[in-house]
Write a protein that binds this ligand. Structure first.
Ligand code: F6P
Length: 533
C-alpha cells in the first residue's frame, strides 16, 4: 500500500509554522475587526445546511493549508475509491457503500438489490401504518449500536411527520431495566417487534429478543411470524429465531452507517415511505456535494479538516454538540458512535502506532438544557472546547415565541463564547447578587469571561426529512475526511471485541454456583466475590 502519514507531509509542516505564527494566538474579536468580510468568506451553503465557520480559530491561510494537506494525502482519490465500492475497509476486506443506499434507482452500485429491499421494506411499513388493517399500535425496535442509535435519533427528530396512532419504542440495553418497563405497557396483539442486528449474533440484542418472544408467548401471543420481523444480513439466523419476514442488507453497510438500509425500518414505519425517500434524497444531495464540490467549498471536507486543525495543532481533545431543536436530543449519542467508533483508533492503515491524536470526545445535550448545566465550563473553564450549534430557521411547531427564544439563546451563546467579557467591563457593571464582603475587583474577576472560544453554527431552514438526511450525511463524510487525513481505518471497530470476549468468560462465573476467581486480576476477583456474596 502506498501510504503517506499526514505528519510527514509538506502541508503538515507548513500548518505547524502557521499555527506558531498566526494560529495559537488568533483572536476572533480582532479577526472580525480586521476583516469585515470574514463571515462571508468563511460561511458556506451546502445542500440543506448553511454553515457559519467564521467563529472558528482559523483564517483563510489555515483553510488553504488544510486543503493542501488533503490534496497531498489524496483525499479526493480516497473519497472516490469509497464511492466506487473499493474495499477501503482494509482490515475486514470490505467496501464501504452506505452512499449506494441513498442513490436514486439505477444510479449507484448494487442498485437493483438496494431498491429491491427498499421497495419491499417501504411496502411493509405502509401496511403497518394502515393501523385499522394491521391492528398494530406499538412498534419495538430491539437492536444496539448502529442498529439502534440511527432510528432512535431520527424518529423523534421527525416527530412532526410521525404517524399519530403508532408509538415507537427502542430497546437496546442488555440490562433488563430497559425492556421491562416497555413490555409492561404493551399488548401482544397490537405490538410489532423489529429485531435489528446486522450480524444477528449480538449478545444484547439476542437476549432482549428472546425475552420479548417469551413475553409474547406468555401473554397470549400466538403468531410470532406476524409480530416479529428482522432487519439483518444474517437471514438464516433470523429464520432460526422464528422470523420469516426479513429485510436484508449487506456487509458493505457498516453498522453506524446503516440507518439508510433495512435498519431504517422503524423510521419508515414512523414517517412513511414518502418521507423516508426524502430522507434518502437529502443524504444523496450531500453525497453529490461531497463528491463534486472543490475542497475549499466542500462542507464535509472542511469540517473534517477543521477537526484535524483543532485536534492536532490546537490540541483540543473534545467537541460539544448543541442542537437547538429538541427533536435532535439523541443526535449527540448518535454522533458519539459515528465519530468515536469510526475514528477512535491508535494504529494507522499499515499497522503502525500513531504519534498524534485522533477522534476527539464528542458529547452534548440539546440547548437550552446544556446552558443550564455544563455551559459554565465552556465559558469559564480552563479547557477550550469547540462547540457546534445546530439551529433551524422555521420550527415544526406553532409557538413562534418559543422558537424566537430558542434562536436568541443559540446566537447569544456563540456570541458570548467568542466575545467574552473583560474584567474592566465586569467592573463597570452592578452585581447585585455578589457578596458585599468581597472587593469589587475580585468580584469582577469572577464575573469576567476569557472569550475567543470557537464555535460553528449549522443552520437548516426546517428539520424536514430531506434536511435531516443531508445533515447526517454531512457528519458521515466529515468523519471520513478526518479519518482519511489521520490515515486510519474509519470502518472497523476491533476495540469493542475485547470487552465482549471477557464478558463471555465472566458470565458463567456470575451465573454458576462457585464463581471461581482463579486467574482473575485482584479488582475483578474482588468485585465478583462481592456481587456473589
Ligand atoms: O459495538 C460494536 C457493534 O459491532 C457496532 O458497530 C454495531 O453497530 C453494533 O455492535 C451492533 O451490531 P449488530 O447490528 O450486528 O447487532
Amino acid at each position: 500500500m502506498n501510504f503517506v502519514r499526514c505528519d510527514t507531509t509538506v502541508a503538515w509542516t507548513a500548518l505547524q509554522g502557521h499555527y506558531e505564527a498566526h494560529g495559537r494566538d488568533l483572536d476572533l474579536r480582532e479577526a472580525f475587526a480586521r476583516d469585515p468580510q470574514r463571515f462571508e468568506s468563511l460561511a458556506l451553503q451546502a445542500p440543506e445546511v448553511f454553515a457559519d465557520l467564521s467563529k472558528n480559530r482559523w483564517d483563510l491561510m489555515t483553510r488553504k493549508l488544510l486543503v493542501q494537506l488533503a490534496q497531498e494525502l489524496g483525499l479526493e482519490a480516497r473519497r472516490d475509491a469509497m464511492l466506487a465500492g473499493e474495499a477501503i475497509n482494509t482490515t475486514e476486506g470490505r467496501a464501504v457503500l452506505h452512499t449506494a443506499l441513498r442513490a436514486p434507482r439505477g444510479q449507484g452500485p448494487h442498485s437493483a438489490e438496494v431498491h429491491g429491499v427498499l421497495d419491499r421494506m417501504l411496502d411493509f411499513a405502509e401496511q403497518v401504518r394502515d393501523t385499522a388493517a394491521s391492528g398494530i399500535r406499538d412498534v419495538v425496535n430491539i437492536g444496539i449500536g448502529g442498529s439502534d442509535l440511527g432510528p432512535q435519533m431520527v424518529v423523534p427528530a421527525l416527530d412532526a411527520y410521525a404517524h399519530p396512532g403508532l408509538a415507537m419504542h427502542f430497546v437496546s440495553n442488555v440490562d433488563g431495566h430497559d425492556i421491562t418497563p416497555v413490555l409492561r405497557r404493551l399488548k401482544p396483539e397490537t405490538t410489532l417487534f423489529i429485531v435489528a442486528s446486522k450480524t444477528f449474533t449480538t449478545q444484547e440484542t439476542m437476549a432482549n429478543a428472546a425475552v420479548a418472544r417469551q413475553w409474547f408467548l406468555d401473554n397470549g401471543g400466538n403468531d410470532i411470524a406476524r409480530h416479529f420481523v428482522g432487519a439483518t444480513t444474517n437471514l438464516a439466523a433470523a429464520a432460526e429465531f422464528g422470523i420469516h419476514t426479513t429485510f436484508g442488507f449487506w456487509d458493505w453497510v457498516g453498522g453506524r452507517y446503516s440507518l439508510w438500509s433495512a435498519i431504517g425500518l422503524p423510521i419508515a414505519i414512523a414517517i412513511g415511505s414518502e418521507h423516508f425517500r426524502a430522507l434518502l434524497a437529502g443524504a444523496h444531495a450531500m453525497d453529490r456535494h461531497f463528491a463534486d464540490a472543490p475542497l475549499e467549498a466542500n462542507l464535509p471536507a472542511l469540517l473534517g479538516l477543521l477537526d484535524v486543525w483543532y485536534r492536532n495543532f490546537h490540541g483540543f481533545t473534545s467537541r460539544s454538540v448543541a442542537p437547538y431543536h429538541q427533536g435532535l436530543k439523541r443526535l449527540p449519542a448518535y454522533l458519539q458512535q459515528l465519530e468515536m467508533e469510526s475514528n477512535g483508533k491508535c494504529v494507522d492503515l499499515v499497522g503502525n502506532t500513531l504519534p498524534y491524536g485522533t477522534s476527539p470526545v464528542v458529547w452534548g445535550e440539546p440547548g437550552t438544557n446544556g446552558q443550564h448545566a455544563y455551559f459554565q465550563m465552556l465559558h469559564q473553564g480552563t479547557d477550550v472546547v469547540p462547540l457546534e450549534f445546530i439551529a433551524v430557521k422555521r420550527p415544526t411547531h406553532p409557538h413562534a415565541d418559543l422558537h424566537a427564544k430558542a434562536l436568541a439563546n443559540c446566537l447569544a451563546q456563540s456570541q458570548a463564547l467568542m466575545l467574552g467579557k473583560t474584567t474592566d467591563a465586569a467592573l463597570g457593571e452592578s452585581a447585585p447578587t455578589a457578596s458585599a464582603a468581597l472587593d469589587k475587583l475580585t468580584v469582577a474577576r469572577h464575573r469576567s469571561f476569557p472569550g475567543n472560544r470557537p464555535s460553528t453554527t449549522l443552520l437548516l431552514d426546517q428539520l424536514t426529512p430531506r434536511a435531516l438526511g443531508a445533515l447526517i450525511a454531512l457528519y458521515e463524510h466529515r468523519v471520513f475526511t478526518s479519518g482519511a487525513i489521520w490515515g486510519i481505518n474509519s470502518f472497523d471497530q476491533w476495540g469493542v471485541e475485547l470487552g465482549k470476549a471477557l464478558a463471555s468468560a465472566l458470565l458463567p462465573k456470575l451465573t454458576g454456583a462457585t464463581g471461581d476467581t482463579a486467574g482473575l486480576d485482584g479488582s475483578t476477583a474482588g468485585l465478583l466475590a462481592r456481587i456473589k456474596g
